[in-house]
Write a protein that binds this ligand. Structure first.
Ligand SMILES: *[C@@H]1O[C@H](CO)[C@@H](O)[C@H](O)[C@H]1NC(C)=O
Ligand SMILES: *[C@@H]1O[C@H](CO)[C@@H](O)[C@H](O)[C@H]1NC(C)=O
Ligand SMILES: *[C@@H]1O[C@H](CO)[C@@H](O)[C@H](O)[C@H]1NC(C)=O
Ligand SMILES: *[C@@H]1O[C@H](CO)[C@@H](O)[C@H](O)[C@H]1NC(C)=O
Ligand SMILES: *[C@@H]1O[C@H](CO)[C@@H](O)[C@H](O)[C@H]1NC(C)=O
Ligand SMILES: *[C@@H]1O[C@H](CO)[C@@H](O)[C@H](O)[C@H]1NC(C)=O
Ligand SMILES: *[C@@H]1O[C@H](CO)[C@@H](O)[C@H](O)[C@H]1NC(C)=O
Ligand SMILES: *[C@@H]1O[C@H](CO)[C@@H](O)[C@H](O)[C@H]1NC(C)=O
Length: 876
């Protein structure tokens, strides 16, 4: 997503140079061995039984649409040309309204009377499937309440490969399974309300800088091999498609040198054929860089509709150009029919054809009245904001997520919880609201006051901010607050004081630079912002009982102060959204035990990561980002390299203790080396393939045209001449490998998410979790798989495959939690066979490790032995 500031600077660039445009859109060389192969044609949607009724309804409508109506539905009407961040054209004659698309993953962006939920990374840190789902339902209710058809979330890419990457916090953590469960359950929750969810960004956009194609430079190319793609980055997308997600947004960057918005292998091959995606694929805002090529490569919806070079001037690659491309025979009408059918089928699939609310807010202004088409400069005005309150009781789920995400990293001698009678000295500007106003920075593009979220299109306006200071006040705590990031000379340390030090680390989207960080943590690195390390050290020098509270987008290095004797406890509160205060107080004062666990590894030094995980800096030509580390990111790297991190992935302490016992493992579906053969695709809608008459796109008579608005129409002369061109011998230069013949689909496919047999349960696993301490608390059981020894594939030491959180257990109480392993969980992606293969045909002994963290594994079960043991030494 973009913002007006960027648009104007792009415009300046573009006006000063129009010659570069063509050159940077061409494929540029990538490192040897990486190729973006052709995959044509775009597979038709509608072949899975769970969507067939929606496709039937959609096809009845599509059969009656004109070419202009079809072109209208597949693109936005232009940037700032409607109330939402994206607005499609309509086909009112056929009862199809404009669709409203709106950011973002943690709540409505640029709106009012909405909840600012905890960010994805915070949600991931709860490791609580019920809460993830409940947050999704609440998000869906708010988007529906505002009249949004398409919610632009969840984000499962970036995966968090680069710890400095700017947008990792929008997703759920640096592991494909945590990300997949976070995304999949969010999608189910959101779509249960009838809102179309959008899983994004396909794929491998692991840093912000250089992400976009512009007139001077091609967007960064993520070069990665097929196995890494399948086993890491694609995994959460597969789970999202399996959950029935309605929309996919492609990323700005290229993969193997081909822009994601027109990468046929990625969209046609991997997403639509292998993963069996039945919804529609949209561009990210201005990520589309071609017309015909992107259509052939499988893009279905152009957002916001403008060309990427100079938006806002009324130019589009689609809309009227799509009409032309169909008339002149470049894009087969079959491709357009499929795109429109996919969009309308998704609309039916979510039930948006009956009683769906129209937008009642305006993302462009906070005023009640304003221009209906701000991009037009001269526009009719009207009521644009109706200030509908959609918050319901969602503060409760927001607070529950914020609270149950709080991760206790260190707690010497049970310093926490603290007595509400304690005498507190509070340090750090992060403890209190931004004094300039909680929404004073556009898209939260600043780090001032309590950090509740990162910045960019994934942000939301706060309806209020319950800050930690508000929380202390509300509890009637005895505290003195020093609203500064430098240690104050006048704090009068007393031996009885408990010092609370608040520090933060922020990041966001590339169109805003905050304190020298252009989205990614380029200049801040993995250090706390605002000299947070010094503040902690200074406080620790004067106070003997120091508790550090961190609001952060990801890992920070804490070595300068972690081991100081007075630093008694460390809490990561992640990005809590609007509910920062009371959620923290509940943990601080022991109303509940902390139950969050790290959704990423915290290293002792940034040097401990492989070099390939650094940000890519300026390069002449197309920046190249080659994923040489393969599968070895985050804990997979630390475990392989034998590097002990400061805190391992999954780490999180409680005020109580738990034991894991009486584990069981039982085989369910017998495994074979390869999954059973997939089903053939079912019939998809068919339409005439003849080019429609040019008259279908003539400008209507006396049409009241809005300046710079995007329309599907051509003048009679243009339309007729396009139609005439279809009969000439000059043909569109189709890419190598181009074909018009639908394929049966790859062996690894067969249903939404892939071959359905991949998701068969291979083993049920259960474990009894007992609260062995003296306070109530919730435990997380994490299940990691260790592949058999001696197999022909190199596999990470351990890989997370499932998890479960218990209810709050009283001291002595226990709960049996159920976990499971699918066929896919026990497979590797075989690049030669192009299928998921169970090494040794499943005969081998997979180690199934269960515990509270990737480095605290208490129970081992064996798939071969069928037995489980306690007290065994884990491989790491
Ligand atoms: C990228 O290139 C690698 C190496 O040739 C190949 O294995 C992989 O499938 C390619 N991925 C895509 C998405 O083109
Ligand atoms: C295209 O959409 C616009 C915006 O909703 C609408 O004004 C126009 O009539 C539509 N055109 C067709 C052919 O339906
Ligand atoms: C047809 O129109 C498209 C879209 O403007 C254009 O890219 C293409 O070159 C045209 N093809 C021919 C054969 O004129
Ligand atoms: C924890 O408490 C014990 C007993 O009071 C004391 O000996 C020890 O030094 C304390 N540890 C730390 C790290 O403060
Ligand atoms: C806090 O102080 C009150 C009044 O002095 C006392 O009744 C209460 O027990 C104290 N609470 C704790 C947890 O120490
Ligand atoms: C510290 O606490 C103790 C015990 O509660 C009390 O006797 C003492 O007066 C307090 N000291 C100060 C400086 O407040
Ligand atoms: C559970 O395991 C414990 C030992 O860890 C054993 O004493 C107990 O009998 C087991 N309970 C059941 C129901 O198997
Ligand atoms: C193109 O050729 C076909 C078949 O020869 C003919 O029916 C059609 O009228 C021609 N269209 C135009 C626009 O010349």
């Amino acid at each position: 997503m973009l913002n007006p500031l960027l648009i104007s600077s792009l415009t300046v660039f573009a006006l000063s140079s129009s010659v570069y445009g063509v050159a940077v859109n061409k494929r540029l060389p990538v490192p040897a061995g990486y190729v973006a192969p052709p995959y044509y044609p775009a597979p038709h949607g509608g072949w899975t039984p769970d969507w067939s009724e929606s496709y039937r309804k959609a096809s009845l409508i599509v059969s009656g649409l004109t070419l202009a109506e079809k072109a209208n539905i597949t693109a936005g009407t232009g940037i700032f040309m409607g109330r939402c961040v994206g607005n499609t054209g309509s086909a009112e004659r056929a009862g199809i309204p404009q669709l409203c698309l709106q950011d973002g993953p943690l709540g409505l962006r640029n709106s009012d009377h909405n909840t600012a939920f905890p960010a994805g990374i915070t949600t991931g840190a709860t490791w609580d499937k019920d809460l993830i789902y409940a947050r999704g339902v609440a998000l869906g209710e708010e988007f529906r309440g505002k009249g949004v058809n398409v919610h632009l979330g969840p984000s499962v890419g970036p995966l968090g490969r680069k710890p400095r990457g700017g947008r990792n916090w929008e997703g759920f953590g640096s592991d494909p399974v945590l990300q997949a469960i976070g995304g999949g359950l969010s999608i189910q929750g959101i779509q249960s309300t009838g809102v179309i969810a959008t899983i994004k960004h396909l794929i491998a956009n692991e840093q912000e800088m250089y992400r976009m194609y512009n007139i001077f430079q091609a967007g960064i190319s993520s070069n990665l091999d097929d196995r890494t793609l399948h086993e890491l980055y694609l995994w959460p997308f597969a789970e999202g498609v399996r959950a029935g997600v309605g929309a996919v947004m492609v990323a700005y960057n290229a993969v193997n040198g081909s822009a994601c918005s027109q990468n046929s292998y990625l969209i046609n091959g991997i997403l639509k054929d292998e993963l069996g995606f039945q919804g529609f694929v949209m561009s990210d805002w201005l990520s589309q860089i071609s017309g015909v090529a992107s259509a052939l490569a499988g893009l279905d919806l152009s957002m916001p509709g403008d060309v990427h070079t100079i938006p806002l001037l009324g130019n589009s690659y689609w809309m009227y150009e799509y009409s032309r491309a169909v008339l002149n025979g470049s894009v087969p009408v079959d491709r357009l029919n499929d795109a429109v059918t996919r969009i309308l089928a998704t609309w039916f699939q979510m039930g948006q054809d009956s009683n769906y609310p129209r937008p009642n807010f305006d993302t462009n202004t906070q005023d009640a009245e304003g221009p209906l088409y701000p991009g037009a400069l001269i526009s009719p005005r009207g009521i644009v904001n109706e200030f509908v309150n959609v918050q319901g009781n969602h503060a409760e789920v927001a607070r529950a997520v914020a609270r149950d995400a709080i991760t206790l990293l260190k707690n010497v001698n049970s310093t926490l919880p603290v007595s509400p009678n304690a005498s507190f000295k509070v340090f750090g500007t992060d403890a209190e609201k931004n004094p300039d106003g909680i929404n004073s920075c556009n898209d939260q593009g600043c780090n001032k006051g309590t950090l509740g979220m990162g910045w960019g299109s994934g942000s939301s306006r706060y309806p209020y901010m319950d800050s930690p200071i508000d929380g202390l006040k509300f509890r009637g705590a005895n505290y003195k607050f020093f609203n500064t990031d430098s240690f104050p000379a006048n704090s009068n340390p007393s031996p009885n004081d408990t010092a609370l030090v608040f520090i933060s680390a922020d990041s966001g989207e590339n169109y805003i630079t905050v304190e020298g960080n252009p989205g990614d943590r380029t200049s801040a690195g993995l250090r706390a912002w605002h000299n947070g390390d010094k503040l902690v050290k200074d406080v620790a020098a004067k106070y003997s009982n120091v508790i550090v509270i961190v609001h952060t987008v990801g890992p920070i290095i804490m070595e300068e102060w972690h081991d100081l004797p007075s630093v008694k406890a460390i809490l990561f509160a992640h990005l809590p959204g609007q509910e920062a205060g009371s959620s923290l107080m509940q943990v601080l004062f022991g109303d509940v035990s902390p139950s969050g666990h790290l959704p990423y590894t915290i290293p002792k030094s940034e040097e401990d990561y492989p070099d390939s995980l650094s940000l890519v800096g300026f390069q002449l030509g197309q920046p190249q980002d080659t994923f040489t580390e393969g599968l070895y990111i985050d804990y997979r790297h630390f475990q392989k390299a034998g590097i002990k991190p400061r805190y391992a992935f999954g780490h999180g302490l409680s005020y109580t203790t738990f034991s894991f016992s009486n584990a069981t493992i039982s085989p369910v579906t017998p495994l074979t080396e390869l999954p059973p053969t997939r089903h053939a695709k079912a019939e998809t809608p068919t339409y005439p393939t003849t080019i429609p008459p040019a008259s279908e796109v003539y400008w209507p008579e006396n049409f009241n045209r809005i300046w710079r608005y995007l329309y599907p129409y051509l003048t009679k002369r243009e339309a007729d001449s396009a139609a005439a061109a279809a009969n000439t011998s000059s043909k569109y230069p189709y890419p190598a490998g181009y074909s018009n013949v639908q394929k049966p689909g790859p062996a690894a496919g067969g249903a939404q998410g892939g071959n359905p047999a991949l998701f068969d349960t291979a083993f049920d696993v259960s474990v009894r979790v007992t609260n062995t301490g003296s306070r109530p608390g919730k435990a997380v059981a994490q299940l990691y798989v260790q592949f058999p020894e001696g197999i022909e594939w190199d596999t990470p030491v351990l890989q997370l495959r499932d998890f479960a959180k218990t209810r709050e257990l009283q001291p002595g109480e226990s709960q049996v939690v159920e976990l499971r392993l699918t066929r896919k969980d026990l497979s590797v992606w075989d690049t030669v066979r192009q299928n998921w293969v169970v090494p040794a045909g499943g005969e081998g002994e997979f180690g199934v490790w269960i515990g509270e963290s990737s480095d605290l594994l208490r129970v081992r079960c064996g798939t071969g032995s069928g037995a489980c043991e306690e007290g065994v030494v884990a491989p790491v």
